[in-house]
Design a protein around this ligand. Structure first.
Ligand SMILES: [Zn+2]
Ligand SMILES: [Zn+2]
Length: 284
């Protein structure tokens, strides 16, 4: 396998699921999409997947028979909306494919134990280990960097969320993308460690599930607002912000108004849309 460090390649993001908590179905949700979190990150032709919500199913279909032999999936945490797509991921159903699941050891219990509990009768007919593909579970401490087997380094940061969650930063070819979901903001905001984690990145993907008014009723649920995403980016000098983990009851009409409002407040802020692809050419 070649080292990615030497490549002058683009960093690319593709959103397969942008909805939080539970999928949203029907014509009112077509524009922004209804699948739960799944983001594809490409460094050159190297694929890394962040979160395994229902959006992972369509990614597996798209990869089809050409899916890489080994696929790394980085989980922010184990809540259902971030893992529900796993047993329906096509490469997991192919005998010669290998899925490596990375998850911060958030509560002392490993992801393998927790996922075995979820994917077992009577909640689910089979365990992940019983699927034709092979799974490997890799635990780490949120805050420590991950070094994937071909030298791609990914930084991590613990996030304030019930049970904990992990944020990720991908650096490649002089470009950087951060994935900060699920998170509840704190006072004062933003915390300096988070601001320095995202500083200098080309894009911050941020949990903006609630409006500021909704947040007042949902304090402690583990999510944030687009305004806090803007404040984070302004403190960190980041000019591009994708609001993510969209509320399952916010339909296209509501979100289109919100998109315009956000864009007026911060020109580089927008709502992530399922199917959207963003490409960042390498600095050279
Ligand atoms: Zn979530
Ligand atoms: Zn969560």
């Amino acid at each position: 396998m070649t080292s990615l460090a030497a490549g002058l390649s683009a960093l690319q993001v593709r959103f397969w699921g942008v909805r939080g908590s539970v999928p949203a179905c029907g014509p009112r949700f077509e524009r922004y999409g209804g699948n739960t979190p799944c983001v594809e990150i490409r460094c050159n032709d190297r694929l890394v997947v962040v979160d395994a919500g229902t959006g992972l199913v369509a990614l597996g279909v798209e990869l089809g028979p050409d899916a890489p032999a080994t696929i790394d999936i980085l989980l922010s945490h184990l809540h259902l909306d971030h893992v529900g797509g796993l047993p329906f991921f096509r490469p997991a159903l192919m005998a010669d494919r290998f899925v490596r699941l990375h998850c911060g050891n958030l509560r002392g219990e490993t992801a393998e134990v927790a996922l075995d509990r979820l994917f077992s009768p009577p909640l689910f007919p089979v365990s992940l280990a019983q699927l034709p593909g092979s799974f490997e579970h890799v635990g780490f401490k949120a805050g420590d960097p991950l070094r994937l087997d071909d030298g791609l380094e990914v930084r991590t940061i613990p996030l304030n969320h019930p049970g904990g969650a992990t944020g990720y930063r991908f650096d490649h070819g002089g470009r950087a993308i951060c994935y900060i979901s699920d998170i509840e903001h704190e006072e004062p905001w933003p915390p300096p460690d988070l601001a320095s984690f995202v500083a200098g990145s080309d894009l911050v993907i941020y949990d903006g599930m609630f409006s500021e008014t909704e947040y007042l009723r949902c304090r402690g649920w583990g999510h944030s607002t687009w305004e806090k995403g803007v404040a984070l980016c302004e403190a960190a000098g980041v000019t591009s912000l994708a609001i993510f983990h969209l509320h399952p009851q916010h339909d296209d009409e509501y979100l289109a108004r919100l998109d315009a409002e956000m864009g007026a407040r911060m020109p580089g802020a927008f709502l992530a849309r399922e199917g959207q692809i963003l490409t960042y050419p390498a600095d050279d």
